[in-house]
Design a protein around this ligand. Structure first.
Ligand code: ZN
Length: 374
């Protein structure tokens, strides 16, 4: 059954809903946790090749594809989605209901990010079937995103010609476009005190007390509109009756501008040093910044192509920022300017994850319009 999406003034391509849904459910039904992404490749590669897409795997397993231009000479654009999911992934039994696809409750659904994968594969088929002209398209389906963007980190930007990308992997509704992406700074911190018997605490200096003071004085959570921060792991001490000589914490700051990040890192450093000083100890602080903050102007080609695609699909584009990590950060770092698109998936990283049919249809139409508007 084919049917045409309702639209405003824009004529949309006919969307084969049955095929889109089947393609989505097929890839949802395989466990493609990090290391098993070839199960998704086995399903989508033949479908892409049937539309004239040329596919290969890179060293880490990313599926790198080129869809040659047809009757149009425009700069190439890259579309990306990741093939892996988070755990748990025991059976992967998607349940199709009238309004949405749900997990059966024993695993994640995996719409993050298979909604993006399915939309790209179907959009390519739609445009190919319609026989319409389009520019050259690079398709990159990454591995290992949810375990730490392993695939995107290992990705060689010279494997594609595009220097602009759209990453279909954001939790907002279809139509939102991330124009700002945060940078982060990781902290590995060790407090050093003096051990002493708890019964004779006079000579002891508690590293745990230093750490507690530091955390209490540290700006954390939503710090301001540009900044978030978190202490993620604390550890320390040896026994109930020994004043702890050592305590460790792992923390992270994320910010949308470099100034905000520098300010937050300095505030955290001060709190850590003051905490140690308050109990006569010392602290070792290792920091490592990951990525640069990205803030595109609205005339940036990545945002222009995203905006045009959303609008052509009959939706209202809306710009948002994100503090989240994504493959886009790695692409940006490698010289491929990447905007992130809302995909409409719901309650991700949980066994309650679900994907509304309406959002999958919209995402596919937006992707098709992006391809047509290149
Ligand atoms: Zn994702």
């Amino acid at each position: 059954m084919s049917n045409t999406e309702p639209s405003g003034s824009t004529p949309l391509l006919p969307l084969n809903w049955e095929r889109l849904l089947r393609g989505f459910v097929d890839i949802l039904s395989v466990d493609s946790y990090w290391g098993n992404e070839e199960r998704v490749v086995a399903i989508i590669q033949p479908r892409l090749e049937a539309a004239g897409v040329v596919c290969r795997r890179d060293q880490i397993g990313n599926l790198i594809c080129r869809w040659p231009a047809k009757g149009k000479d425009s700069p190439p654009i890259m579309l990306n989605a990741h093939m892996d999911t988070v755990l748990p992934t025991p059976e992967m039994t998607p349940v199709v209901k009238a309004d949405a696809v749900y997990s059966d409750g024993s695993s994640v659904l995996g719409a993050d990010d298979k909604a993006g994968v399915a939309a790209i594969v179907e959009a390519v088929a739609m445009v190919e079937e319609a026989g319409l002209p389009h520019g050259p398209i690079d398709l990159v389906f990454t591995v290992g995103e949810d375990v730490g963007q392993f695939g995107a980190a290992a990705f060689d930007p010279n494997d594609v010609e595009s220097r602009v990308a759209l990453v279909l992997d954001f939790g907002g509704p279809v139509g939102v476009i991330c124009d700002r992406q945060a940078a982060s700074c990781n902290f590995n911190v060790t407090f050093h005190g003096n051990a002493a018997a708890a019964a004779h605490p006079e000579t002891g200096k508690s590293a745990v007390s230093m750490m507690a003071r530091a955390i209490d004085r540290m700006p954390l959570g939503p710090v301001d509109e540009l900044t978030v921060a978190n202490v993620g792991i604390v550890s320390g001490g040896d026994a109930r009756n020994i004043i702890p000589s050592q305590a460790k914490l792992v923390a992270q700051a994320r910010a949308l501008t470099q100034e905000a990040l520098d300010r937050q890192v300095a505030a955290m450093r001060t709190a850590l040093e003051d905490g140690a000083a308050a109990f006569g100890g010392r602290v070792e602080i290792e920091t490592e910044q990951r990525f640069k903050p990205t803030w595109f102007g609205h005339d940036h080609p990545a945002l222009e192509v995203a905006y045009a695609g959303v609008q052509a699909a009959g939706l209202e584009p809306r710009f948002v920022h994100t503090f989240g990590g994504s493959d886009a950060q790695n692409f940006n770092e490698k010289g491929i300017d990447s905007a992130i698109l809302g995909t409409g998936y719901q309650d991700i990283h949980s066994i309650h994850e679900w994907m509304p049919h309406a959002e999958l249809r919209k995402l596919t139409q937006v992707t098709a319009q992006v391809i047509l508007n290149t």
